[in-house]
Design a binder for this molecule. Structure first.
Ligand SMILES: Cc1ncc(C[n+]2csc(CCOP(=O)(O)OP(=O)(O)O)c2C)c(N)n1
Length: 468
């Protein structure tokens, strides 16, 4: 349990969990209130320290002399766990003040039987009046589009959305980390936009846009939907966020996805909207093949080769910056492979740490972290981890700086400024690998990559930082 400035070091992970709605219980050790702001060693005000990024903060009593103190602590801990895991999930903080001596072990003879307060799970459903109103609007909208943001695999929802597409003539757009794989859905949104010709553009804009899941990666889709004023945008979520990403939000629906989409299945409308997207989707493969064929050996070629080589059951942890963006341009068909990224707040800190932690929890297959060099070196302490196993692999795309800043419009305009954004470097991961006793393979061209990848994926080794 951390205290003092170590508590602040938790902040990026807590903020990420908050925006991704991940249940997280954060424990911190503290000094009692009388020692705070007294120049005492390693003590800062810790209660509510994460207040903007936490569902609720708790503080246990310093002493437990009376049985009521224990009852109170029991209740607080139960409340904290229940709030974190409620339908509207997120992190909670339990601060634990301790009096000196801090390192003695107390011989506590009484049996400890913590009370468990159960929590029945809420199922948000909307009122009948709202049902009728929404269904009415759904019926009147000929062009309906569902845009799925980041979420973990959800087979039941995937099947339900397939039914929505085929029975109600609705278009479903998915991103890589929405983990929705179906021939009924449109993947790889940026190439799709390249394939929309001007004539179809107007036709493509929906009358009704529905968003689910966390933040969207595709900037092109954002720009497209922002450019044209949408008639209606509904955001469905168990929590109460008002995400108006297209400046057109008309309804926040606090419901679980199943109940709302089952409601919409009642209406079987035929408007040919999906036919239009099927036509566009048919062009994506051709577009991609032509585009790939035109490329020299480059980061994107590396990503394509990697994407085609992931073994079944793998969990891919994409780094922020270009890795997740390139990943989002590529199509994934294997449903057994799940894709993740820290897209709650898109920090480049903790990319490798997150993947390392995830590999400890997920033992059924490989966890493969794919990261840029700045993110990798920034987080090099991630390798200081006693629990890493052979199921954890890391691929470092060492392009000697933050390449994203050469791609996004803006920083590239001024060469002097670009240097500060990009932070060019000549760092080599070989020494980090040696320091932490990690196997290391370096590849520098397509031939080497293709030759080494099977070795890397099959061997029980921990990491493959590569350079290109
Ligand atoms: C904690 C944090 N600091 C700074 C940034 C801003 N930032 C976004 S991308 C990036 C560069 C990342 O470079 P690298 O990991 O090498 O990936 P590449 O751009 O080469 O793909 C930076 C500094 C951020 N997102 N998060």
């Amino acid at each position: 349990m951390p205290s003092g400035s170590a508590v602040l070091n938790y902040a990026p992970a807590i903020a990420e969990a908050y925006y991704q709605k991940i249940p997280l219980i954060v424990f911190t050790a503290d000094r009692p209130w009388e020692a705070i702001d007294q120049g005492e060693n390693q003590s800062i005000v810790q209660f509510d320290i994460y207040k903007n990024y936490i569902k609720k903060s708790f503080e246990l009593p310093v002493d437990c002399h009376h049985e009521k103190d224990l009852m109170y602590s029991d209740r607080l801990v139960n409340e904290a766990f229940n709030i974190a895991t409620a339908m509207d999930k997120g992190p909670v903080h339990i601060n634990i003040p301790l009096r000196e001596p801090l390192y003695d072990i107390v011989d506590y003879t009484k049996p400890i039987e913590p009370k468990i307060i159960q929590q029945s799970q809420l199922k948000y459903s909307i009122s009948q009046v709202d049902e009728i109103r929404l269904l009415n609007q759904w019926n009147q909208s000929k062009k309906k589009m569902i845009l799925v943001g980041s979420m973990p695999q959800n087979d039941a929802l995937e099947r339900l959305l397939e039914k929505i597409v085929s029975e109600t003539d609705t278009v479903v757009l998915t991103e890589n980390i929405s983990n929705m794989r179906s021939t009924h859905f449109i993947p790889a949104l940026d190439p799709m936009i390249e394939c929309i010709d001007k004539m179809d553009l107007e036709e493509c804009i929906p009358d009704l846009l529905i968003t689910i899941g966390a933040g969207l990666i595709s900037k092109k889709v954002k720009m497209l939907l922002r450019k044209k004023s949408l008639k209606a945008h509904w955001h469905i979520s168990a929590s109460h966020e008002h995400w108006d990403n297209f400046n057109a939000l008309t309804e926040v629906i606090q419901a679980d996805y199943t109940s709302i989409f089952e409601l919409f299945l009642k209406e079987k409308l035929d408007s040919n909207y999906t036919v239009l997207f099927q036509k566009i989707n048919g062009q994506i493969n051709q577009f991609n093949e032509k585009f790939m064929a035109s490329l020299p050996f480059s980061d994107f070629v590396v990503y394509k080769i990697l994407n085609d080589s992931f073994p079944p059951q793998a969990h891919i942890q994409w780094g922020n910056s270009t890795p997740i963006r390139y990943a989002n341009l590529l199509e994934n068909k294997d449903k057994s492979i799940a894709h993740f990224a820290n897209r709650g707040i898109s920090g480049i800190d903790g990319v490798v740490s997150t993947a390392a932690g995830a590999s400890y929890v997920y033992q059924q297959g490989l966890t493969i972290c794919i990261t840029g060099d700045i993110s990798f070196f920034y987080d090099s302490n991630a390798w200081w981890n006693r629990y890493l196993g052979g199921n954890f692999k890391c691929i470092l795309i060492n392009n000697a700086g933050g390449n994203i800043f050469k791609i996004i419009p803006g920083p590239d305009k001024n060469a002097d400024v670009l240097d500060f954004f990009e932070t060019p470097n000549n760092m080599d991961a070989r020494h980090i690998a040696a320091q932490f006793d990690i196997d290391y393979i370096k590849v520098e061209n397509e031939l080497e990559l293709k030759a080494q990848l099977p070795v890397f994926l099959s061997k029980n080794i921990v990491g493959l930082p590569s350079g290109n």
